[in-house]
Design a binder for this molecule. Structure first.
Ligand SMILES: CC(C)(COP(=O)(O)OP(=O)(O)OC[C@H]1O[C@@H](n2cnc3c(N)ncnc32)[C@H](O)[C@@H]1OP(=O)(O)O)[C@@H](O)C(=O)NCCC(=O)NCCS
Length: 189
């Protein structure tokens, strides 16, 4: 099922929040009382794998325009990918992440870009995403950047090139620093 994050039916949204809190326990009262996870400016859309009213896995697709090497692109990214703890290891995550890739291509994004911890590279590759070798995403804002290669992080950048323009410029994304700047809420999507 897919909904704009803010239009997710409340009974499903409550389960998604519970799964997110299970994986990433909120820090501070403000974070735990927030009902929406993402910055509305990034047009968050939630995709859920639901069985008998129970959310087994969830993720959010965020999107914004970026400029890279002089070209403008509509970029999307995966965020808050999570499978219910008791349901992990059964292919639910892979299925949802592959469906998100198809959905992003269908909605005419030029490319998908996001980072993940290095051990999860194979998980995303199994769902059709490719490693962008040597690429670093610069998250945060222009004034307060949050790069994916900061000390203590061991992240890789995953990508999918959908449009003909993005496919043509694919090599410009490798071994480069990509100014994503999604803002102060989703500092690195
Ligand atoms: C990462 C996560 C979403 C995977 O969901 P899942 O439903 O268990 O994954 P799947 O069953 O579809 O696994 C598909 C493949 O990825 C591999 N994989 C899954 N989780 C992995 C992990 N944490 N590390 C390394 N490989 C993993 C599986 O072994 C499987 O490979 P196989 O087909 O060769 O056996 C889930 O472990 C989770 O919710 N983790 C906590 C939140 C998190 O870290 N999210 C990612 C943020 S970038």
């Amino acid at each position: 099922m897919a909904f704009p994050e803010a239009a997710t039916p409340p009974e499903l949204r409550a389960q998604v929040l519970a799964l997110q809190h299970q994986a990433w326990p909120p820090t501070g009262a403000a974070a735990s009382s927030r009902t929406l996870t993402h910055d509305p400016a990034l047009r968050p859309r939630s995709m859920l794998l639901v069985e008998g009213g129970r959310v087994l896995a969830a993720l959010d697709i965020l999107s914004k325009e970026i400029v890279h090497a002089g070209w403008r692109y509509r970029a999307g990214g995966l965020s808050t990918v999570v499978t219910r703890r008791e349901a992990r290891g059964r292919g639910h995550g892979r299925r949802l992440v592959a469906a998100a890739r198809q959905a992003m291509a269908a909605e005419h994004l030029d490319l998908g870009l996001f980072t993940c911890d290095r051990p999860l590279q194979g998980f995303y590759e199994g769902a059709g995403w490719q490693l962008l070798p040597g690429a670093v995403l610069i998250g945060g804002t222009r004034w307060c950047p949050f790069p994916s290669d900061q000390p203590g992080f061991d992240k890789v950048t995953m990508a999918a090139f959908f449009s003909a323009e993005a496919q043509r410029q694919q090599s410009s994304f490798q071994h480069s620093r990509i100014e994503l700047h999604p803002g102060a809420i989703d500092r690195l999507w």
